[in-house]
Design a protein around this ligand. Structure first.
Ligand code: PGA
Length: 241
């Protein structure tokens, strides 16, 4: 994995946005897998700014959500679908988006349908990922099966705790299950951007970069992908002085 290092999160987000903007300018109707969470917030703000100020064309992109809580509908403010719509799809004028139906009566079937929709669309050209403090990517929690495609997962207690802010700070309100693209599906993306910002990601990033691929650190499987770039700040890399 190639690593791009930056002094702080702002610089990392800005540089990532410049690279992603250039990619979009060359691939205006590309298929993008986009994450939610705090990590991509500034990236999305920069992309919207580039649209407004430089006319970056976002509206022909096709976006796929990576994951969703089981039980949360698109109008729930903490649902990932709602978050993606608010942060990038609506301000970007992006109409073509496959988000997960968090309230599907049969989540396993929703996973199969999502996987089929993604395959029929031709797969992801560019995948943007964050990394969890426990090494997860999308919602592939530790001890993940690297052969899994879209599937239902039990969320790790640390993930529910990390995401509690969107639920009034109450981790017990965070759903216990989610649907996610699996490692095998993520690995099929043509090109991967992995963002790691902040000291809380240091341990996970170290393992992802330097330990042999292992189910205990889902992000480590990305070492087997030919085109991954890690965009990280000094805190996540452990080089901050
Ligand atoms: P965060 O989450 O961006 O909110 O830190 C990252 C993740 O859980 O993948």
């Amino acid at each position: 994995m190639q690593v791009r290092a930056f002094p702080d999160a702002d610089a990392a987000s800005e540089a990532t946005a410049r690279w992603v903007s250039a990619w979009i300018a060359e691939n205006p109707s590309g298929r993008l897998g986009l994450p939610t969470g705090r990590t991509p917030d500034a990236l999305y703000r920069h992309l919207i700014q580039a649209r407004q100020e430089q006319g970056l064309r976002l509206h022909d992109l096709q976006v796929f959500g990576l994951d969703e809580y089981v039980g949360l509908g698109p109008d729930h403010p903490a649902s990932f679908g709602h978050t993606l719509r608010r942060s990038i799809l609506e301000p970007g004028g992006i109409a073509r988006a496959r988000l997960w139906n968090g309230t599907a009566p049969d989540p396993e079937k929703e996973c199969r349908d999502f996987d089929q929709d993604l395959r029929e669309a031709g797969g992801l050209d560019l995948l943007v990922l964050g990394i969890g403090t426990n090494g997860h990517v999308a919602f592939n929690e530790p001890e993940c099966d690297p052969a899994a495609r879209a599937h239902v997962v039990e969320l790790a207690p640390s993930t529910r705790d990390a995401n509690a802010a969107a639920f009034g700070g109450r981790w017990e309100q965070v759903p216990t299950q989610a649907m996610t693209l699996g490692i095998a599906a993520l690995m099929e993306a043509h090109c991967v951007v992995l963002m790691a910002l902040g000291a809380s990601k240091h341990a996970a990033l170290q393992r992802a970069l330097h330990q042999p691929p292992d189910a205990a650190c889902p992000a480590s499987w990305l070492q087997n992908h030919p085109q991954v770039t890690v965009w990280a700040d000094a805190q996540a890399l452990g080089t901050a002085t």
